[in-house]
Design a protein around this ligand. Structure first.
Ligand code: TYM
Length: 332
């Protein structure tokens, strides 16, 4: 049976990339009748230093971000990773299945550890094994993510296959990454060659889900572009990364294909297209920011929802962990 799982790190503000690449797609998919589990991955967040009070606030704010984006705790199971201990327990087993060489080849590891890998945490190195555990502790079959997670999901498949092979079982499913739509790789508003990211020092490079209407409009007005009009065909966006990015964002926000956006806006100068995009972005994002603030005014309700989600999730995860331990040969 199909089952969906995906996760987001509670570190820093949610941005438009998280929304279009992940949250909006989760919300859009939840009426398809497939059981879905969405997770704030606090254990992943601490692979780099986190201030404890900020981590707590970010985790609750992320829960609010999920709900405000339309992910309903009634239709989906919404959890915080550390509240479902089976994730970390399965991750240990996977630490013993995955190979050092596999981890060392991850581009995120290389980027984040940088030149000083000796000083990086062991958790940062093992990050993808925990991610595989997040997914496989539910036998999830489909994982909607942005493009930057593709390599990690290939590793998840490798871990499942090696476990099955080593123990001679057909137990963990080989998960399908779901990377679909116009905006699975939203780029910085200041540099079309860089991914939109919470770690970019320039706040103008991204639209945060907590930005108000004026800020959103201003960031779009100031977004980097080239001097040419928009083309009417997709091929015309080749070698125009900033133009392509704004068109992708428009398409993602408006549930259109890039072709449709160009059919409507091809020939326009950015002086015309940017205000249209700003209006669209404000109409979609500003209400999320308002709703997040409202939800954050009652954190006990958020905590209650997460506790309930953890209970639901453990009904699935506990039997799968038990079976895994049996396969591995643990007495219990
Ligand atoms: P994270 O927290 O960096 O990002 C959360 C989701 O947002 C997507 N995303 C983007 N999509 C489009 N354009 C962008 N600029 C952009 N930036 C981020 C990401 O692809 C992701 O879907 N390792 C994961 C969290 C994780 C996870 C998992 C995901 C932990 N366990 C299991 C799936 C399944 C991460 O750091 O995502």
């Amino acid at each position: 049976t199909p089952r969906v799982f995906s996760g987001i790190q509670p570190s820093g503000d949610l941005h438009l990339g998280n929304y279009l690449g992940a949250l909006k797609r989760f919300a859009d998919a939840q009426d398809k009748g497939v059981q879905s589990i969405y997770c704030m991955v606090d254990l992943h967040a601490i692979t780099v230093p986190q201030n404890p009070a900020d981590l707590k606030r970010s985790t609750r704010e992320l829960a609010a971000g999920f709900i405000a984006s339309g992910v309903s705790p009634e239709k989906s199971i919404l959890i915080n990773q550390s509240q479902v201990p089976e994730h970390a327990q399965l991750a240990w087993i996977f630490n013993c299945v995955a190979r050092m060489g596999w981890m060392g080849r991850m581009t995120q590891w290389k980027d984040k550890a940088g030149k000083n890998a000796e000083a990086a945490s062991l958790g940062l190195f093992a990050y993808p094994a925990l991610m595989a555990a997040d997914i496989l502790i539910y036998h999830a079959t489909h994982v909607p993510v942005g493009e930057d997670q593709k390599q990690h999901l290939e590793l998840t498949r490798d871990i499942a296959a090696k476990f099955n092979h080593d123990y001679g079982v057909d137990f963990f499913p080989i998960t399908e990454p779901v990377i679909e739509g116009a905006a699975t790789r939203v780029m910085s508003l200041r540099d079309g060659a860089k991914k939109m990211s919470k770690s970019d020092p320039s706040d103008a490079s991204r639209i945060n889900l907590t930005d108000d209407a004026d800020t959103i409009a201003k960031k779009i007005r100031k977004a980097k572009t080239d001097p040419d009009a928009l083309p009417s065909e997709v091929e015309g966006l080749k070698d125009r990364p900033e133009a392509r990015n704004l068109v992708n964002i428009y398409a993602g926000l408006n549930d259109q294909t890039v072709e449709q956006v160009l059919a409507d806006h091809g020939g326009q100068q950015f002086g015309t297209f940017k205000p249209a995009l700003a209006e669209l972005a404000v109409s979609k994002i500003a209400p999320i920011s308002t709703e997040m603030a409202r939800l954050m005014s009652d954190v006990t309700e958020i905590d209650r929802l997460l506790a309930h989600g953890a209970e639901q999730a453990r009904e699935i995860s506990a039997p799968i962990l038990k079976k895994t331990y049996e396969i591995v040969g643990m007495v219990g």
